[in-house]
Design a protein around this ligand. Structure first.
Ligand SMILES: [Zn+2]
Length: 162
């Protein structure tokens, strides 16, 4: 990538960074106001994230993107921006324009997603087999419960007779 283009990407990244920073700041401020300024430490923020607070979840996403932007800026400074971390080939400019903090070229990204998908399918299959196994035993349990129920009914019947 030429110096001029690098400078361009750096500006795009810095712009994005500033917008995100403002956004994150706004969100935290709004959140703090909504909680009467009680939100002061990271533990409270973490617990609201764990409780699924949407505002916080979005803020966390923003922070994650900020980190990716920071990394991309560091790569520009280190002189290996726009090179695929996996195969070492240059990442296409169109891709970098779309995702300025991309670390993988298109084919490596696809490969990664395929692997992720395969992992997921194997996991689902495993869970399915596990559930099938346990459903068989729970079926047996139901039969035992039915038998037990009949026994109780027989007992009650006998009781009434006496
Ligand atoms: Zn690659």
């Amino acid at each position: 990538m030429q110096k001029k283009e690098l400078k361009q990407m750096e500006n795009i990244l810095l712009n994005k960074k500033n917008i995100l920073l403002r956004e994150v700041e706004e969100r935290f401020k709004k959140y703090r106001d909504a909680n009467n300024g009680k939100l002061t430490d990271i533990a409270e923020i973490a617990s609201s994230v764990l409780n699924g607070d949407l505002e916080m979840l979005v803020a966390v996403e923003d922070v994650r993107e900020l980190k990716q932007i920071e990394d991309a800026l560091a790569r520009i400074r280190a002189g290996h921006y726009g090179v695929c971390e996996q195969c070492g080939q240059p990442i296409k400019k169109a891709r970098l324009k779309a995702i300025p903090f991309a670390t993988l070229c298109v084919s490596c990204k696809e490969e990664e997603e395929r692997e992720y998908y395969n992992e997921k399918t194997t996991q689902v299959k495993y869970e399915w087999e596990e559930n099938m196994g346990s459903s068989e035993t729970s079926e047996l349990d139901d039969i035992d419960k039915r038998k037990l129920g009949n026994k109780i009914m027989e007992f009650e019947y006998d009781d009434n007779k006496n």
